[in-house]
Design a protein around this ligand. Sequence first.
Ligand SMILES: Cc1ncc(COP(=O)(O)O)c(C=O)c1O
Length: 373
Amino acid sequence: MNVPFVDLNRQFQPLMPVIQAAMTSIIERCAFINGPEVKEFEEHMARWMDIPGVCGVSNGTHAIYLTLKALGIGEGDEVITVPNTAFPTAEAINLSGADVVFADIAPGSYNLDPDAVERAITSKTKAVIAVHLYGIPADMDAFMNLAKRYKLFILEDVAQAQGARYKGKRAGTIGTAGCFSFFPSKNLGTFGDGGAVASGDAELLKKVRMLANHGRIEKYDHLILGTNSRLDTIKAAQLSICLDHLDEWNQSRRKIAALYDELLEHYEEIIRPGVLENCEAVWHLYVIRCRKRDKLMKFLNSRGVKTGLHYPVPLHRQPAYEYLKMGEGSFPRAEEACREILSLPMFPMMTEKEVETVVKAIAQFLESKNENS
Ligand SMILES: Cc1ncc(COP(=O)(O)O)c(C=O)c1O
């Protein structure tokens, strides 16, 4: 039995008649840009998150970039984040004009280490971007504490954690702002690129909205210089329909993660992902660690089990960040994780049989020690 890494068709097909009807209506009205569905989606998402406001934007990279710009962060400022995240988290900092400063991940976690962040703070530090990587909430109390002590903004990168909870609160409602991506394979994904910024700060959201729409409030009133980073009406309508199913999809991901946890528990060579106490992960990815990762990956592939690497190269070792002159050993925990991580198949409509097939293949690999050591 082949097991895909994700299968978006299984998720979207049952909803297609409703989505297609909503899209047809928008096409008939030619309401492509800033149609009423955009505001409806923003209000829907704000209610779902229990936060005063949400602003749709064109993608997750711009959600971060526009938030930094709206906060007045730019040239001469420093923003701290993790080196083991998707490239855009850091790229958005560069887009704003600020300098990227990396800090290592916490022991036993894939998320930013508050102690490492504190050591990286300088007089130029203006913000920290806490990434809830793989859908596992980061240590928000510790970051909010740093924010208070050092007068910093905390951005939550919620691209992989839509619906996750930190001590009862939705991820993205705790820091200064939550920045979302609706890339198709995210827990809430759209038919192309999309993103949003959520915040309790109405002035900040107003500024993000202006920046995303050529710096204007009214059609020909350009108050500041901005860009074009709007969420398309068609995507907003589809996202609103899918948002009604997100909690149920996340619940299904939690069941799959629990089954993986249970079935992998007996294998010492496999380290399962951990979640902080009183937090609820939404398992955008289920990522294990294994010293023989490359061989395991190859073996699973040969058995028809598709896997992924998120991410194989820590960002400070990417050619684009060579100018930072951060050699091997700069962030040992993140570097070690990059060598050992393996993302197993995970999607809401994955069957128990598929999870069992993945684990059986892992067991076969571990049992054939001579071949694989
Ligand atoms: C953690 C993280 N941050 C930011 C982004 C950027 O989002 P987008 O691809 O919508 O620009 C992504 C998506 O790839 C992501 O996974």
